[in-house]
Design a protein around this ligand. Sequence first.
Ligand code: SF4
Ligand code: SF4
Length: 417
Amino acid sequence: MLDHIQLKNISAHAYEQCLKCSICTVYCPVSAVEPNYPGPKHAGPDLLRYRLKDPDYFNETLKLCLNCKRCEVACPHGVKVGDIIQEARIQYSHHSPSLRDRMLANTDFVGSMATMVAPLTNFFLGLKPAKYVLDRIMKIDEHRQFPAYSGQKFETWFHRHAENDQRNFHRFVGYFHGCYVNYNFPKLGQDFVKIMNACGYGVHLLEKEKCCGVALIANGLSSQAKRQGEVNMASMRKSIDEGNEAVLTTSSTCTFTMRDEYKDLLKINNDGVRSHLMLATRFLCQLIDEGKIKLAFRKDFHKKVAYHTACHMERMGWAVYSIRLLQMIPGLDLTVLESQCCGIAGTYGFKKENYERSQKIGAPLFKQIKDVNPQCVATDCETCKWQIEMSTGYPVENPISLIADALDVEKTKELNK
Ligand code: SF4
Ligand code: SF4
């Protein structure tokens, strides 16, 4: 059964601004490696003219688009090329999502099941015969490494070990932790709480949190994404009404989806929430600039780090905040890599039909990392982390975890009393 919301020509206003300069095509990571992809100019504004007359002009090769939005960053005329392509996929694709696509997209359901038996799940997903079966039957490429599941969800840790302590604060923020923190890597959420508490802020979780829906949108399940998005928006609105200064995140992809894809693609009203919803690194930079907080760092922290700008960080223009914070750490030797797509694009790179293309797209970035030879790579996107760790062997950390590791907690608390 098809699961898509009907959108009536919502891009009709945008495509006429295209002057056919083809700059977007130069910056498209798929066009660089895939001769069968028509490229953003043709797949976006050009073919939209035809699709508006006859939906049969929809071309299944549009599914090769990563939705990285690098074409939109490049376009000098503000054409929302990536949105035009995504809208066409939502509106015109006649292919129902497969069982594989539904499994990859339902991160909340799969994560809840997997964390219940995490050691068994991790063991099974690491076995060669299991990978072989997933490859042959489910078409999930056997080379792909799955992120490990945690034995305890972040939410469980928070309720047991951190919630009571939050009552000691007078200023608060809400936290959208996302699926990765909840099911795979609670430490990132713990690092976030550590930093906010040291800065004098208590942390509240949202009353209800659902997966942001990025993987649902990518896999043709936009109606489900919209339902989940409406739950998230209602919870965030409540969180802000209750006095939390902002709703913070530690994932660039979740942030971009909820700020921009909700309103532009899913037509979810996020007015009044969007301006309060941001990455933790942006919020911390704002507080520092306004003289409201200070950070102190350990003198014995030393690390050589290369920063990778994830595609959605590039689209939001927010890499500057994570980079600025990392540059404040005296013992951190930072190289900012040239911004290039890593190729995974969430669930895209897990699919057998995309795996080789995904690795080709990421190859120039992997070379850059190897040339710098850092102790670790920093990035704000968890799926970039999986791709870079698997393809280069270098460990990857979220900037929040690096800041938490380098932070002199007692001194920071003193400074923010
Ligand atoms: S969103 Fe990315 S992959 Fe898709 S057309 Fe634009 S640049 Fe190419
Ligand atoms: S960069 Fe913008 S104006 Fe130029 S071809 Fe692409 S969409 Fe059209």
